[in-house]
Design a protein around this ligand. Structure first.
Ligand SMILES: Nc1ncnc2c1ncn2[C@@H]1O[C@H](COP(=O)(O)OP(=O)(O)OP(=O)(O)O)[C@@H](O)[C@H]1O
Length: 323
């Protein structure tokens, strides 16, 4: 898993494990403070994951969860008879990954989920992203982010359309399926922006000429928005797939300009969900007790946002201007 290998600073041992890390988070106001770090013998996968699998009294998962996924060997690695087991061992039952430094020394890292090369796209979605999508449908903001070196499977995991085989559908496609199945398009709306961040500039993947979108932060709420980005109203899955295809074509064209087949930019899909909630205002009497009288219901609008981020290969992240 490249993010761990990077942290370790150990690039000499055998072939690199070809995995990527997925971070998923949703923001819930009632969450407890982060618990203290795990014992030093087993390292957590990242500082952010320290609050990993903890649940609050309502059974809501912790704010940030980190999963690691190992991809199968590709044709080149098969020919070279590369064996990831020389340097990485997955222990999914205990949600740990062991990274061998040499024959007698290994570091063990703990994740919220460990997904082996046999994990299906469906399973990865259900374990990593579905809980975040459900939170977004409940009115919270949520993010799913993939991190790893070039070729470790970030785009495969997030952005695969599944044209050739529907079982290969990635997180973006499955998330939209679940969102469209849950909302009522008569009263709710789903709008999407698709952007890329490269060298501190935000470019619209749906309108590449729009290549310096400004970021605006609401001083009162801290809400961050990109008012210059194209927003497309999504009414059905087919139009969403077309939007992803268009964005991907623009991303590939931009990468070709940069003379590379792989992604040097961070791709950011933002899905805005606006839901109408029928509200009822209970009246309180003088003692503060709720009265049986209710005002006529008035519609409330609940806004939430799902952000899916396909980061540039982690070996180039320092060049891409995000960190
Ligand atoms: N779980 C998987 N099962 C089968 N093939 C996979 C899997 N993950 C990745 N691949 C294949 O590995 C190759 C590299 O994957 P991908 O393009 O998703 O990597 P990436 O991490 O997004 O790379 P980059 O940072 O360069 O964009 C692709 O050919 C992809 O189809």
């Amino acid at each position: 898993m490249s993010s761990v290998a990077h942290r370790n600073g150990n690039h000499k041992v055998g072939p690199r494990p070809q995995g990527s890390a997925l971070k998923a988070s949703s923001f819930k106001s009632r969450l407890p403070p982060s618990p203290s770090p795990s014992p030093a013998a087993v390292r957590r996968s990242s500082p952010a994951s320290l609050c990993g699998p903890v649940k609050d009294p309502d059974g809501v998962p912790g704010r940030v969860r980190v999963a690691v996924r190992l991809r199968p060997r590709n044709a080149e690695e098969m020919v070279a008879d590369a064996d990831f087991a020389d340097c990485v061992e997955l222990l999914p039952e205990v949600k740990r990954l062991k990274l061998r430094k040499n024959n007698w020394d290994a570091d063990t890292y703990e994740f919220d989920e460990v997904l082996t090369e046999y994990a299906s796209q469906k399973r990865v979605y259900e374990v990593v992203a579905k809980p975040v999508v459900e939170s977004v449908l409940d009115g919270y903001n949520g993010t799913v982010m993939a991190y790893g070196q070039t070729g470790t499977g970030k785009t495969f995991t997030l952005g695969r359309l599944g044209d050739e085989d529907t079982a290969h559908r990635g997180i973006m496609v499955r998330a939209m399926e679940d969102i469209l199945a849950d909302v009522d398009l008569g009263s709710d709306s789903v709008t999407v922006s698709y952007l890329q961040l490269y060298m501190e500039a935000i470019q619209d993947l749906l309108d590449p000429a729009n290549d310096n979108i400004s970021i605006v932060e609401d001083p009162k709420t801290g809400d961050v928005s990109l008012p210059g980005a194209t927003l497309v109203d999504i009414r059905d899955q087919q139009s969403f797939l077309e939007l992803l295809r268009l964005g991907e074509a623009h991303r590939i064209a931009a990468n070709t300009k940069l003379n590379t087949e792989s992604s040097r930019s961070h791709a950011i899909l933002m899905v805005h969900v606006r839901r109408s909630i029928a509200g009822e205002d209970n009246l309180s009497n003088e003692n503060g007790n709720t009265s049986h009288l209710v005002k006529p219901s008035r519609p409330l609008v609940r806004k939430s946002k799902l952000v899916v981020v396909d980061l540039a290969g982690s070996e180039r992240i320092h060049k891409s201007g995000l960190y």
